[in-house]
Write a protein that binds this ligand. Sequence first.
Ligand code: ASP
Length: 475
Amino acid sequence: MKRAIISETPKHIGEKVKVSGWVQSCRSHGKLIFIDLRDKSGLLQVIFLPNLSGNILETAKKIRPEWVVEIIGIIKKREGNTENKNIETGAIELSVEEIKVLAEAKTLPFPIDDDGYQIKEEKRLKYRYLDLRRERMKNNLIVRQKAAIFIRNFLSDRGFLEIETPILTKSTPEGARDFLVPSRLQPGKFYALPQSPQQYKQLLMVAGIEKYFQFPHVFRDEDLRADRLFEHTQVDIEMSFIEQEDVFNLIETMITDLAEKIFNKKIQEKPFPRITHTEAMKKYKSDKPDLRKDKESGELAFCWVLDFPMFEVLEDGSIDAVHHPFTALADEGLKKFKAISVEELRSPQGKKELLGFKAKQYDLVLNGVEVMGGSIRTHESEVLKKTFEVLGHKPEAVKKRFGHILEAFEYGVPPHGGIAAGFDRLLQTILNEKSIRETVAFPTATSGITSVMDAPSSVSEDQLRELGIKIVKKD
Ligand code: ASP
């Protein structure tokens, strides 16, 4: 007999069906035993009548929550006022004829019939496969998929090509620490896990792809917080022959449709307001202003923040790119940037000058959270080279670390630009979830330990020897 999905059982009143799933709860009322059976699609009340054979009733009495069972029975309409309006199958029940226990289950370490927020993160992540049984988590995963399909179709329909880029790669500067992977074939050398596919997507523009997107996993070894993960998913986009305005148009349509059609949300202001970085800092003391008029109403307040400074000078005097070095300077400053030497720009006076250069960078902010960020890129290899040198890389180091992209730009590079969303964080903000981890199936805990599998873990002496690695205790 073919298994029926619980949500479809109301269509089978009077028929014999086979269902299988987990026991959500069991209770007895006098001589009647009830269980609520759960599968991916919903809940179904199952009733054991007292006239069933002794074996079946014995089994029914033994059953505990979260056991996995298969039941054959007849779908019946529930009597008069016993309907349960809260569940989809509330008008029916399954009257048992046969039952098979497929797996018993220990008592769960925590309840799963509530939202689970009160349970400690470590515990939820250690038993994530149980935590995901709760309705809220399942729905978050369902919505995540809907959002991903929507974005994938939206971009594909507009001629974007989805292309995967490598995970074992070379360090690319996004401002965080790299995760490194030792090479067995070249002991002493390391791959870096990508902080973003930034250089690959630009190389794809040199390759003539013109419109690229991907849902890459990216890795950043930084301090973990409620809205940060070591490993997160981006929606990464790059386009050729475009201006900032083209990015705004594309993204604004995509995000508006996503919020309204997939999440049924109201957007506070359309088109999204635009604020320069200077204005945002002056008026809101933040480059991620929260423009919500009413923080309780569930509305989404988007805004673009633009005209960021290109450089910042850190406390130790070093110079950094506010976004990343591939970002183009605003047209007004470009001539000046070209005219001043690297030495002058790195001098104390030059540093002051540097802070005045604006970049073609833009962020999309939602309710005070940066959900997307991108820029038009420098496509002149000389300017890119100079940017690296201004950031403090010696010419030889630039060649070693970035020679590949500088060389690529010598073979006909189209003007290009793009943007990336932190997909998990975007979902978190739209869903108004307390933590980015609520939108990811198996996230790393704030302590840095992975869900369920307890990595990082030690490796064998043999593995270390093969990689030419010796562990040195830190003081
Ligand atoms: N690579 C950038 C990031 O990950 C986004 C971009 O500039 O497209 O933030």
